[in-house]
Ligand binder design. Structure first.
Ligand SMILES: Nc1ncnc2c1ncn2[C@@H]1O[C@H](COP(=O)(O)OP(=O)(O)O)[C@@H](O)[C@H]1O
Ligand SMILES: [Mg+2]
Length: 281
């Protein structure tokens, strides 16, 4: 069961000429400047860019936690007016309740969904297994490593069954090895239970490895600098990172992030592509 039905064939997410300014000691600071972007159903896009280019601002607007100064953000053709069960949000800091076990954390969001205690438990069980935390279902968050906490947060977000996942540097606080493992696990999960995903990162390798499409942003003002399609042969495993195709894409994204031409911008609408079914094993 998903909570919303996408408008047939239309983008799940549409960002239309979104500008967000902040008042900084009486001066206007442009965090997002006329950003337009479409994301197709079940597409996995990553957003990468230097610190301060407006990535979190964009995500907060889509999550319904912030509002544009002008322009609009639409989900399934309807303006975003606040948070909703159609969008699951995962932040860098694992927002788990420290006094609840893994199981209770995952079940928590299901209480408002009106499920019986038995159904809640079964559903939580499924997603806890899915992220490989079966043995830790009764552990408290303080007994888990950072990677395990984030897996718990992912299980909790999935359990509520949002058809859109918004992830803001979810692996940003983890060590490199854990990060790589979680990237593979996330792709594996996504390939089995497809969702529309917007994944924010400042890690170029991560952006390329996960995405159907990489959206590169630039700062001052925050804008979309480039959009790079990632058509890599599946399955996406460790070996892929060593392939010439991956290296070439990573270099392209790297230079778009680190050698930016002042003033350049692109419109990322009408570029939404359906994910290739063979992209992930
Ligand atoms: N509530 C706010 N008030 C003032 N400035 C803000 C606020 N939120 C974000 N900004 C500014 O907007 C810019 C973009 O921020 P953010 O979206 O967090 O960037 P990113 O996530 O790409 O690092 C930053 O320069 C930040 O200082
Ligand atoms: Mg951020």
């Amino acid at each position: 069961m998903t909570t919303t039905t996408p408008t047939a064939g239309g983008p799940r997410i549409s960002v239309r000429n979104v500008t967000r300014t902040f008042d900084l000691k009486g001066e206007e600071f442009v965090a997002l400047d006329d950003v337009s972007l479409d994301v197709a159903d079940n597409e996995f896009i990553t957003v990468v860019g230097p610190s301060g280019c407006g990535k979190s601002t964009l995500m907060n607007i889509l999550a319904g936690l912030d509002t544009p100064t002008s322009g609009e953000a639409l989900v399934d053709g309807r303006p975003v007016t606040g948070p909703g069960p159609d969008r699951g949000v995962i932040f860098q800091q694992y927002a788990l309740f420290p006094w609840l076990t893994v199981r209770k954390n995952v079940e928590f969001g299901l209480k408002t969904a009106g499920l019986s205690a038995k159904d809640r438990r079964e559903k939580a069980e499924h997603f806890i297994e899915m992220v490989g935390l079966g043995e830790f279902a009764d552990a408290l968050p303080k007994m888990l490593s950072g990677g395990m906490k984030q897996r718990c947060a992912i299980a909790r977000a999935y359990a509520v069954d949002p058809s859109i996942l918004l992830m803001d540097e979810p692996f940003g606080a983890l060590d490199a090895l854990t990060r790589v493992k979680l990237q593979e696990q996330l792709l594996d999960t996504w390939s089995r239970e497809k969702r529309t995903v917007m994944f924010i990162t400042h890690d170029v390798d991560e952006a390329v490895f996960l995405a159907n499409r990489v959206v590169v942003m630039a700062a001052r003002p925050g804008r979309i600098y480039d959009v790079i399609d990632v058509e890599l042969p599946g399955p996406r495993t460790e070996d892929l990172r060593l392939s010439p195709e991956f290296t070439e894409l990573r270099n392209r994204v790297w230079s778009a992030v680190y050698h930016q031409t002042p003033g350049r911008r692109v419109d990322a609408t009408h570029r939404a592509i359906a994910p290739s079914p063979t992209a992930v094993a």
